[in-house]
Structure formats: structure tokens, C-alpha cells
Ligand binder design. Structure first.
Ligand SMILES: [Zn+2]
Length: 208
């Protein structure tokens, strides 16, 4: 995407977290050149996160790690479309971004370790959505529980993800409130720039 931070992926130690849309394969592999990867993990199986998962795992020969309730969708992306709200935008995003499914090698659960982060179950935006938390420096990779900019207009600011991408907004809001109570010092989003203003993040989550 031409807009900075429109779709983010993260390298956490030697684990790639999320893999953008299917056309992001080349840029991801280029950025990873010269690095040794041990695994690729998804925060959730949505088209703009799993798009390049299959070629990344194939070309780098790394296992695929996915939270339990999203495993079926990561292996069979047509399930993503079925589980999303029936809306023209979710159908369009699916068409543009989704990539082939890939067999999952490790099923992730609350409390599991991914590099030096721990898995938190944060369902709502998808059935199996997870966030990653590192207590030692209070860093949170929250996936799409919230966005830090409007994904279409690129206007910065904390917001809930679009309702047409979120099958269970009430559950997602409960997940956001849980993440706010962690009082992170650095919050990293699937869409939008990092947020370091803890107070603003905590009060936004509490206000939901
Ligand atoms: Zn997303």
C-alpha cells in the first residue's frame, strides 16, 4: 500500500508476525533477506494478514503458527469470507488481499510463547484473534483489536476496527478493554503507526 503503516507486519526476534496481502510477498522476502527466521505467526486469519503466509512459509521453510479458532480459516481462506459480515467492503478486501491457505504447524493458545512475547486471547475481530504481550518492556502487538488510523483515509487516531471487518464488535470491545488494563508503553497495530502515549491508549480503551 502507498500509505505508510497501512498494513503492518512485525519481526519479533526470529518470528514474522503477520504477512500482509498476497502482493506483499516480494517486499516481505526482501526485508527478511539475510535473516534467519524460525516461524511465521498470525495475529488472525484475515486477508490483509495471511495474504503472503503461504509463499513466506514455503520459501523460507518455516512453520506456520495460528491461534486455535482461526486455524481452519488460515488453512481454507474461503472460510474467512464466510465468517466476515456480508458487506461489499469485506468482499472487496477479500478479493484484493487474500492468499492461498497453508497447513498450520502449531496451534497457539493463551499463555503460549512467541519469541519473547506471550499470547493473549483477544477474540471479536476474528474468532481466534490473538495479541502479543511482553511484560519486561510493556510492549503490546495488538493486531486489529484497534486501529491507530483510518485504514482507508489514513487519518491518524485510535479507533475501533471497521464493523464490516469485525464479526463480533461487542467481544472485540471486551478484548480492547482487557488490553487497556495492561497499561502498555508501546502499542503496535496491524493498521496505523505505533502509539507510545500510554495514557491516551488506556483512557481510549476504558471509554469503550
Ligand atoms: Zn487487518
Amino acid at each position: 500500500m502507498p500509505i505508510p503503516n497501512a498494513i503492518n507486519t512485525y519481526l519479533v526476534g526470529d518470528v514474522l508476525v503477520d504477512a500482509g496481502g498476497r502482493n506483499d510477498k516480494n517486499v516481505i522476502l526482501k526485508e527478511l533477506r539475510g535473516r534467519q527466521l524460525s516461524a511465521h505467526a498470525l495475529t488472525h486469519a484475515h486477508p490483509d494478514h495471511q495474504g503472503a503466509s503461504h509463499p513466506v512459509c514455503e520459501e523460507l521453510g518455516v512453520p506456520f503458527w495460528v491461534p486455535e479458532a482461526d486455524v481452519a480459516a488460515a488453512e481454507r481462506p474461503e472460510l474467512i469470507r464466510e465468517r466476515q459480515p456480508d458487506h461489499p467492503m469485506s468482499r472487496l478486501m477479500y478479493t484484493i488481499f487474500h492468499g492461498p491457505g497453508h497447513a498450520v504447524d502449531r496451534v497457539l493458545h493463551e499463555g503460549d510463547e512467541v519469541a519473547d512475547f506471550v499470547v493473549l486471547d483477544t477474540p471479536g475481530h476474528s474468532a481466534g484473534h490473538m495479541s502479543l504481550w511482553r511484560e519486561s518492556d510493556r510492549t503490546l502487538i495488538l493486531g486489529d483489536v484497534l486501529n491507530s488510523m483510518d485504514p482507508f483515509l489514513a487519518i491518524p487516531g485510535l479507533r475501533e476496527p471497521k464493523s464490516f471487518f469485525t464479526p463480533d464488535p461487542a467481544e472485540n470491545r471486551r478484548s480492547a478493554k482487557r488490553l487497556g488494563r495492561l497499561e502498555p508503553l508501546l502499542v503496535l497495530f496491524g493498521h496505523g503507526p505505533p502509539v507510545r502515549d500510554t495514557r491516551k491508549f488506556v483512557s481510549f480503551c476504558a471509554s469503550l
